[in-house]
Design a protein around this ligand. Sequence first.
Ligand SMILES: [Zn+2]
Length: 263
Amino acid sequence: MRRIVAAIALTVAAAAVLAAQAIDVSRYRIVDLSHGYGPATLYWPTSTSKFTLTREANGPTPGGYFYASNSVSTPEHGGTHLDAPRHFSEKGRTTEQIPLEQLVAPAVVIDVTKECAADRDYRLTREAVLAFEKSHGAIARGTAILLKTGWSRHWPDAKAYLGDATPGDASKLSFPSYGTDAARLLVEERGVAALGIDTASIDYGRSTDFQVHRIAAAGNVPGFENLTSLDQLPTRGATVIALPMKIEGGSGGPLRAIALVPR
Ligand SMILES: [Zn+2]
């Protein structure tokens, strides 16, 4: 009897430990931050390829069961995707080398929707980040910054989203993003995990020298581009889980990003 009691006590203790270790998903709202991939997916105007899905099987088999299988082909940089540091740095980490701590991280959402509605070429400034910290507290090391411009409301209208829909021509793009001084502050001084945004690029549309990409890449900070549903996240408290396809030697890749928001 004593042995049975001891065994039960052990089992209860083990169950308690397991319960303490598991993430109770019911305590979170799960928000999908990725656009779907399909014929409407937006790419940089100079991209020579797009996402394609080719049906290889879709129907009954001689064995009497249904079978479906496709092949897919996609540029790394289109739709909701990751920019690996290698994208703009010869020595930067490639997609599969990015530490998971930079892809699973506490999120801070900086809301510049109003500024972007007034100026589609808006760039986040150092002063705006400092003002944000004054209101919402310091940005800790290892935070994933999600810059909310409100731009995903234009998706997938290329003209509205990118500012220009001329195929093969990226010289007339217009959409908001990070500015260089804000990027330097976040990457070099705050040591953020990642820079995310709900527009096509972590550099604004008119950029021709991609300074923000270069600052982020030099600090081995990845970018999350073409995010959506940032309006469903709190300023603080969410955890972002942004896991790209693990492409070996990749400069980026399609990204399924979600956020866990405490209920
Ligand atoms: Zn990219």
